[in-house]
Design a protein around this ligand. Structure first.
Ligand SMILES: Cc1cc2nc3c(=O)[nH]c(=O)nc-3n(C[C@H](O)[C@H](O)[C@H](O)COP(=O)(O)OP(=O)(O)OC[C@H]3O[C@@H](n4cnc5c(N)ncnc54)[C@H](O)[C@@H]3O)c2cc1C
Length: 539
C-alpha cells in the first residue's frame, strides 16, 4: 500500500522537498546561549524497515502489513517520537495499518479488532506533540487507523455556513475547497499542512488566529463518532440547553471514545480585510499590561501575540538578515524604544469597517502604553509563520533539540507562573553542566487570562538515551511547576501520554472517575488508543 502521497519526511517535520538551514546568525546566537553543538547521525529508513518484526495479525482486506508503512505510522511529532525515529530505535511499530474510506469500514475495523483482540490507534495527520498516536509495546496486537482517506467535503449548507467534512481532511484542502465558495474556517494551527479536522477536534486544538475563531470548540458544530459501543450522532445545533453538551465530551477525547468519521464545522464568509501589524512594546511589564488591557476591552481582533524580550531577540536572530536587523535597531533607537523591547503582533480579519474599527481601537490602547509600530516585522512573520516548524529539522541537523510546551492561567497568577516556569526550565540541566535557552509568548489572550507558550532549546547528547533523559528532566520540571501553580497542563496540545500523569491533579478524583466511566461506556473492552489521555492501570 504505497499511499504516501507527497514525500513526507519519515523522521522529522513536513515535506522532504523543503530544506531549511540554520543561518549563521541563529547558530552564533545558540552558541552563546547553550554552547556549540555537534550533529548526531540519523538512522537510515531502510535499516529501520528491515528490523521491523513480523506482524501478530493475520491478513485482512482492510489491513496492510507493509513494513515501511508500519514504520511511517508508528510515531507522531513529540520529542520522544523524534528521538526514537532519528536514532532508528522503535520499541514498537503497529502490527498493521488500516486506511478506511468510509464509516462502514471504520465499523468493520472496530468489529475486527474486537474479534482478534487488537487495539486501535486513530491517526489523523500524526502531528500530535504529546504522544497521542505513538505506538508503544503492548501484549495485544496494534492497528494504526490512518484516517487520511476519509477526506473531502460531504455536504455544504451555504445558508447556515455548515460544512460536513471527512475527519481526515487537512486544513489546506478544506480552505481551498471553501474559498471557491467564498467561505473560510479560520482554524490555522502551525501544523496546518498536515493536521486533520478530526485531529483538531480530538486534541482540542487552537489555531494561530487566536482571538478570532481560534479554538476548535467554537467551530465544531457536530458530526459522527463510531465507538465500540455504537454510533454517536451529534446534530449541528447552533446552541442547545438540552442538558450537558455531548460535543464537549468528544472535543479532547483523543481517540479514547471512538473514531470521528464526519465532522460538521461552522464556516464564515472569507474576510474582506485580513491584516497584521507589528508593534514594539517598551519592555515585558509594559507589554503584559498592554495586552491585558486590549484583551479586557475586547475589540474584535483576529491575532494578538506578545513575545518576551528574549523571544523577540531569538526570533530576530533566526530571521538571519543582519542588515535588516541593523536598520530595525536604528529605527527603534530613534524612537527611544529600550533595547529589551517586546514584539507584539496584532491581526484583524473580517468585514472592512468592523476590522478597521477594531484595529484603531487596539492601536489607541497600545499607544497609551508607548507602543511603536514596526511594519517590517509584520511582513516577515506573515511570510515565515508556516515555515517555522521546518526550523526544528535544521536545528536537529545542527545538534540542537527544540521542543515547546504550553499552559494557561488567569492574569493574577500569570507573572509568577511565567517567572517560575522560565527559571525552572533554564536551570533544569544545570546539574549535568548543560544550559537551556527558553523563550515565551502569550498568543491566546482572554478577558480573564492568557495562554503561555514556551519554546526550549538545548544540546543533543551523543546518544539517544541521554538526549531523551535531558528532555524528560526539563519536561518533568516544567509540568510539575505548571501543576503546582494551579495552571492547566495544556492549553491546546492535549494530554496524550506525556501529560496523562498530571491530569488527575487538575480534574480531581471525582472528575477522573467521571472520565473513566465515560471511556468505559463508549469502549467497554478498552479497544481504543490505550494509555492516551487516561493512564491505563494495567500499563
Ligand atoms: C510543528 C507543530 C505545530 C503545531 N501547532 C499547533 C497549533 O498551532 N495549535 C494546535 O492546537 N496544535 C498544534 N500542534 C499539535 C497538533 O498539530 C494538533 O494537536 C492537531 O490538531 C493534531 O491533528 P492531527 O490530525 O495531526 O492529529 P493526530 O496527531 O493524528 O492525532 C491527535 C490525537 O487525536 C486522535 N485522533 C486523530 N484523528 C481522530 C479521529 N478522526 N477520531 C478520533 N480520534 C482522532 C489521535 O488518536 C490522537 O490521540 C502542532 C504540532 C506540530 C508538530
Amino acid at each position: 500500500m504505497g499511499h504516501h502521497g507527497r514525500m513526507r519526511r519519515w523522521n522529522g517535520w513536513g515535506d522532504e522537498a523543503v530544506e531549511t538551514r540554520l543561518g549563521d546568525e541563529g547558530r552564533r546566537f545558540l552558541e552563546t546561549r547553550v554552547g556549540p553543538a555537534r550533529p548526531v547521525g540519523d538512522a537510515a529508513l531502510a535499516d529501520v524497515v528491515a528490523a521491523v518484526p513480523p506482524s501478530r495479525l493475520a491478513a485482512h482486506p482492510l489491513l496492510s502489513h507493509d513494513p515501511e508503512l508500519r514504520v511511517r505510522r508508528a510515531r507522531g511529532q513529540s520529542f520522544a517520537d523524534w528521538t526514537a525515529l532519528r536514532a532508528g530505535r522503535l520499541d514498537a511499530v503497529p502490527d498493521a495499518v488500516a486506511r478506511p474510506v468510509d464509516g462502514a469500514q471504520v465499523r468493520e475495523l472496530i468489529e475486527h479488532a474486537r474479534t482478534v483482540g487488537a487495539r486501535l490507534i486513530p491517526y489523523g495527520g500524526g502531528t500530535s506533540v504529546v504522544g497521542g498516536v505513538t505506538t508503544r509495546p503492548s501484549p495485544d496486537p496494534l492497528i494504526t487507523v490512518d484516517l487520511g482517506s476519509l477526506a473531502g467535503i460531504r455536504d455544504l449548507d451555504e445558508r447556515s455556513g455548515l460544512v460536513t467534512v471527512g475527519s481526515g481532511t487537512t486544513g489546506p484542502a478544506l480552505a481551498t475547497a471553501l474559498a471557491a465558495r467564498g467561505l473560510a474556517i479560520g482554524h490555522e494551527p502551525q501544523s496546518w499542512e498536515l493536521a486533520t479536522v478530526g485531529g483538531w477536534v480530538a486534541a482540542r486544538g487552537s489555531g494561530l488566529r487566536s482571538q478570532g475563531v481560534g479554538r476548535i470548540e467554537q467551530l465544531f458544530a457536530g458530526g459522527v463518532l463510531e465507538a465500540p459501543a455504537g454510533t454517536l450522532d451529534m446534530p449541528a445545533f447552533p446552541a442547545s440547553a438540552a442538558g450537558p453538551d455531548l460535543r464537549q465530551l468528544v472535543l479532547g477525547s483523543e481517540g479514547r471514545l471512538g473514531i470521528l468519521t464526519d465532522v460538521v464545522l461552522r464556516a464564515m464568509p472569507l474576510p474582506e480585510l485580513d491584516r497584521l501589524d507589528a508593534w514594539a512594546l517598551p519592555g515585558w511589564a509594559a507589554g503584559e499590561e498592554a495586552v491585558r488591557a486590549v484583551a479586557r476591552a475586547r475589540p474584535v481582533l483576529d491575532i494578538l501575540r506578545l513575545s518576551t524580550p528574549v523571544e523577540t531577540r531569538t526570533l530576530l536572530a533566526f530571521v538571519d538578515r543582519p542588515s535588516q536587523m541593523r536598520a530595525l535597531s536604528a529605527y527603534l533607537r530613534a524612537r527611544r524604544v529600550p533595547s529589551d523591547w517586546a514584539l507584539l503582533l496584532v491581526g484583524v480579519a473580517g468585514r472592512r469597517r468592523v476590522a478597521k474599527a477594531a484595529r484603531a481601537e487596539a492601536a489607541s490602547i497600545l499607544r497609551s502604553f508607548k507602543a511603536v509600530p514596526v511594519p517590517a516585522l509584520a511582513a516577515t512573520w506573515s511570510r515565515t509563520r508556516f515555515r517555522s516548524p521546518y526550523l526544528r529539522n535544521a536545528l536537529w541537523a545542527a545538534g540542537y533539540g527544540a521542543d515547546t510546551l504550553e499552559t494557561a492561567t488567569d492574569w493574577t497568577r500569570l507573572p509568577a507562573l511565567l517567572a517560575r516556569l522560565e527559571a525552572t526550565i533554564e536551570q533544569a540541566l544545570a546539574p549535568r553542566g548543560e544550559r537551556v535557552h527558553v523563550l515565551t509568548h502569550l498568543s491566546h489572550l482572554y478577558p480573564s487570562g492568557s495562554s503561555l507558550y514556551l519554546t526550549f532549546l538545548f544540546r543533543l547528547a551523543a546518544g539517544p538515551e541521554e538526549t531523551l533523559d535531558r528532555w524528560r528532566t526539563i519536561k518533568r520540571a516544567a509540568s510539575e511547576t505548571i501543576s503546582a501553580e494551579g495552571a492547566t497542563i495544556s492549553h491546546h496540545h492535549g494530554v496524550g501520554v506525556d501529560h496523562a500523569p498530571y491530569l488527575a491533579a487538575e480534574k480531581g478524583p471525582l472528575g477522573m472517575a467521571a472520565l473513566e466511566a465515560m471511556v468505559r461506556t463508549f469502549d467497554p473492552e478498552g479497544l481504543m488508543n490505550p494509555g492516551v489521555l487516561l493512564s491505563d492501570r494495567h500499563g
